[in-house]
Design a protein around this ligand. Structure first.
Ligand SMILES: C[S@@+](CC[C@H](N)C(=O)[O-])C[C@H]1O[C@@H](n2cnc3c(N)ncnc32)[C@H](O)[C@@H]1O
Length: 698
């Protein structure tokens, strides 16, 4: 059945009465209150991708609903319809529409921002759908499906493109004088229906003469304030500046423009707006305070000095957003020999130094694993629709091979072209998962539930992957902290690990290929590629044996039979022999990390401190830190002692174990050195200096 109707005009569409009846039953049964956070999101499936319309409605051929063909994207065509029912809302807003010929159909609008009237289109409004997609929804069930928010337009009733017959009846009702529209806007504002308030103020402005600047300024001031509430910062800034009259009262316009600039993280503009506000009214309430707040952001941008500890105290899963600016000056984005663009050091950076610290461009407060991706996608779509200026930051991000028209983000028919499939492609390749605080997350026992949110950090997204990277990331709320784990010279490309790497080379490469479409040729991957295939296989088999035993004795520091220790020790030695010296001399030996960590713990449980030190050094070596080759322990982080090392919390723990055992053995100097190295490493992991009490070893 389904295939038969594809490409045809269906002959068995539901009648107007049947369509309205079914629709009404959905309207009645929908839950009363739906918050933006709880609403389901229709996340796009990339294999169903189609491009957003980039044409103006005026350039499309208008067709009646009766010409819509099933599963066809009607390129070059458009429809103009009136909603004849209130919507019901799930992942989108579904309504019933009629055209000028009396044809009726179901219309589903997805991905519209909650702050737009179109996310909840009232009965009686007139909409245009550009290049509509007519979807087969089930047997004899069809609907016009709008995935790209810019494909649907809310038309002003006075728009001459609207067919006379659709306008009839509503036009008179809408023909209100500006004062009435303004009053209607105020009423909607009081009811916190901000999208309707903006609509009403816009209608009022349409009716006020261009030269009546005072009246215009009054309505613009109201609309700018409302747009600010909605997070429509671009529109708020434009209105605020347009509402200036030259009088001292302009301080308010400048103040609003400054708040909008702050919302967009444009702190230089914010500063100059606040200075203009202060010039007009030096004692204006709150302006000085905001000015100081803005100066603090500019200092962060310049100096990169942050109070990470107080940031942690201020973030919660309900509000991850830190009031801080990004520090990016140590880095440059340049062409990378590996792929596209990469991040390069703008100056010499010592191990441990802040490479950059970036505030998320987009990050919802959503730590539920099942919802985190969808929430980020929805936020990307909403923000790009609400604040078109974001397009210049987000859209240049790498989006894989998703075909672009080049017109995404441009303004057509008054709204930015938002292609949801492109945004999903960008999200997939650029988003990071982040705990609320990496520091809190490294504390044993406080791994809470390990839930991660997802966000987009534009600068960080330019960094390419390396399995043995020279930087490490950590998070506090929506702040991304990148630290150098080795000394980096000016001009050097910087890398991060996209995901914690797998010990199995083939599985690791498959993951990069599937998720990011590249083959990793880092020193570890290209080195390991030279190792015998049979040895790779054998190493994985032995590791599996150790893991099986380890699973039986999950806490080796507690009692473990001597026989288990002997078995793991024997298997670890076999593993060592399976690493070719010429290949692995300067490389981590990933399959040996778990066995040596397990043995370290087992000997710690037995208070065998000599063995603890020996295994701690083996753990370090297996992470790629060649401690035996350096005079001082700090040297493992500086110079070129360990160019292919991996820093992790387990490394920190091994260093700390070594320190404590050296102390028991009376080797105080070594104990202090290892302790210092552990603290230093802990800073890379958590993002800022912390004492080691948080990872206290019992
Ligand atoms: C988040 S982007 C990184 C920045 C990207 N190079 C750009 O031009 O925007 C991720 C993409 O970069 C590429 N990439 C990252 N690391 C790479 C590597 N080590 N080798 C080759 N390509 C890499 C992959 O195509 C991946 O999907």
């Amino acid at each position: 059945m389904a295939n038969k109707v594809v490409g045809t005009v269906p002959s068995n569409k539901a009648s107007r009465i049947a369509l309205l009846k079914t629709h009404q039953s959905h309207v009645i049964s929908q839950p009363d209150v739906q918050t933006a956070n709880a609403r389901p999101v229709k996340q796009p499936l990339l294999h169903e991708a189609y491009a957003a319309s980039t044409k103006s409605l005026r350039d499309l051929e208008l067709i009646p609903l009766s010409e819509l063909k099933v599963e066809i994207h009607h390129r070059g065509r458009g429809i103009i319809v009136r909603t004849i029912a209130p919507p019901y809302r799930g992942a989108g807003a579904v309504t019933v529409v009629e055209d000028e010929h009396g044809n009726v159909d179901k219309l589903a609008i997805y991905n519209l921002s909650e702050t737009s009237l179109l996310s909840n289109p009232p009965e009686g409004c007139i909409l245009a759908v550009k290049e509509p997609y007519y979807k087969l929804n089930g047997e004899n069930d069809f609907m016009i499906c709008v995935d790209h928010p810019s494909d649907v337009l809310l038309l002003r009733f006075s728009d001459p493109i609207i067919p006379e017959i659709l306008r009839r009846g509503v036009e008179e009702a809408m023909a209100k004088p500006p004062d009435e529209w303004k009053a209607a806007g105020d009423a909607a504002f009081i009811q916190r229906d901000f999208p309707t308030a903006v609509y009403c103020y816009s209608e009022a402005l349409e009716g006020i003469a261009e030269d009546d600047s005072d009246a215009r300024a009054g309505v613009l001031a109201k609309r700018t304030g409302t747009n600010l509430m909605l997070g429509h910062y671009d529109a708020a800034m434009e209105d605020a500046l347009a509402s200036r009259t030259g009088a001292d009262s302009d301080w308010k316009s400048y103040f609003t423009a400054a708040k909008a600039a702050y919302g967009l993280c444009e702190y230089q503009s914010c500063k100059s707006f606040l200075e203009s506000a202060l010039e007009k009214s030096p004692k204006a309430p709150n302006v000085q305070k905001e000015y100081e707040r803005c100066l603090a952001r500019l200092r962060e941008e310049k100096e990169g000095v942050y109070g990470f500890r107080s940031m942690i105290a201020g973030v919660t899963r309900q509000n991850v957003h830190v009031d801080a600016a990004s520090f990016l000056r140590n880095t440059k984005i340049l062409e990378s020999p590996l792929h596209g663009r990469g991040i390069f050091a703008a100056r010499d950076i010592r191990a441990g130094e802040l490479v950059f610290c970036e505030k998320a461009a987009l990050m919802p407060n959503q730590y539920e694993p099942a919802r985190a991706s969808a929430a980020l996608y929805a936020m990307m779509v909403r923000q790009l629709y609400d604040n078109p200026s974001l397009a210049k930051t987000i859209l240049p991000l790498y989006g894989g091979d998703y075909p672009r028209t080049g017109l995404e983000g441009t303004i057509v028919d008054g709204v930015p072209v938002v292609d949801v499939f492109l945004l999903e492609s960008i999200r997939l390749r650029n988003c990071f998962s982040s705990p609320l605080s990496t520091f809190e997350n490294t504390k044993p026992g406080s791994h809470d539930d390990g839930k991660m949110a997802k966000g987009v950090w534009v600068h960080a997204s330019h960094m390419n992957h390396n399995c043995v990277p020279n930087t490490m990331r950590s998070f506090v709320g929506d702040m991304f902290i990148s630290r150098a784990v080795r000394d980096i010279s000016a001009g050097e490309e910087m890398f991060q690990q996209y995901v914690p790497i797998r010990s199995d080379l083939a599985a690791r490469q498959a993951q990069f290929k599937t998720n990011w479409g590249f083959e990793c040729a880092c020193p570890l991957c290209s080195g390991e590629a030279k190792s015998d295939m049979a040895k790779h296989k054998r190493r994985q088999q032995i590791l599996a044996k150790v893991e099986k035993l380890g699973n039986k004795h999950k806490e080796p520091a507690k009692f473990v039979p001597e026989s288990a220790i002997r078995t793991v020790d024997r298997l670890a030695r076999q593993l060592e022999e399976l690493h070719e010296e010429d290949i692995y001399r300067d490389l981590p030996r990933l399959t040996l990390i778990y066995p040596t960590m397990w043995l370290l713990e087992a000997h710690r449980g037995r208070k065998n401190h000599i063995k603890v030190v020996a295994y701690a050094k083996k753990v370090l070596r297996n992470f790629g830190f060649m401690v035996e080759r350096v005079d001082s322990i700090e040297d493992i982080f500086h110079g070129s002692a360990s160019p292919n090392s991996l820093m992790t919390i387990h490394m920190v723990s091994a260093l700390k174990n070594a320190s404590e055992s050296y102390r028991v053995l009376g080797e105080m100097e070594l104990a202090d050195k290892f302790d210092e190295a552990a603290k230093f490493g802990y800073m890379f992991v958590t993002g800022f200096e912390n004492d080691l009490s948080a990872i206290n070893i019992p």
